[in-house]
Design a protein around this ligand. Sequence first.
Ligand code: GTP
Ligand code: MG
Length: 205
Amino acid sequence: MQIRDASFLMSNTRVDQCPPPTLPEYAFIGRSNVGKSSLINMLMERKGLAKTSSLPGKTQLINHFLVNKEWYLVDLPGYGYAKVSKDSRVKWGRMINFYLRQRENLSCVFVLIDSRHTAQAVDLEFMEMLGTEGIPFVMVFTKADKQSGSRTHQNVTEYMRKMSESWDEVPRHFITSAEERTGRDEVLAFIEDVNRQMAQTEEIV
Ligand code: GTP
Ligand code: MG
């Protein structure tokens, strides 16, 4: 897919104030600092479109971007960052949960996981919740440039083996690096494919 056009639309705390749910939507989520905003900028080829920071907790709202005037991309705040107050954590948790459960045009959630780390409970639990709620998702392993390719593959294989212990069908996964643009074509091709499926479903309905 060619990115002809990508623009920031709005930031929100509430799902009922998000843009009209008339286009397919893809949300990026994962632990703070995992690289959600950086991946969005890499996919869109627009540095600074989504705000990034070396300090965790940068993204705090539901941020909508419009791509090719055909679909929405959403940058969400990270979870699992210990240094924020309990109050804000509860508030963010509530905001994200509402968004995930109520956003009717949500086509797929991208769950980002640092490719250097072993499986963490907070990510496994989050994916369990998505499964229970019937929210479609795929996994994205980030920051692949930070270690050798063989190390990344070893970690990802081990992670997916662990997933297969609790999932009958393991989710699809991608390996990415925002730094080296790894995985860009694959992720965009996937989105294009889902967009096409959505359009077909609409025709049938
Ligand atoms: P929050 O909004 O705080 O939840 O973080 P985030 O998940 O949006 O992470 P962000 O994109 O802001 O990136 C966090 C840090 O990781 C920044 O310093 C990025 O430059 C760095 N980073 C992100 N992706 C990559 C990558 O693929 N490779 C490398 N080497 N660094 C990355
Ligand atoms: Mg961010």
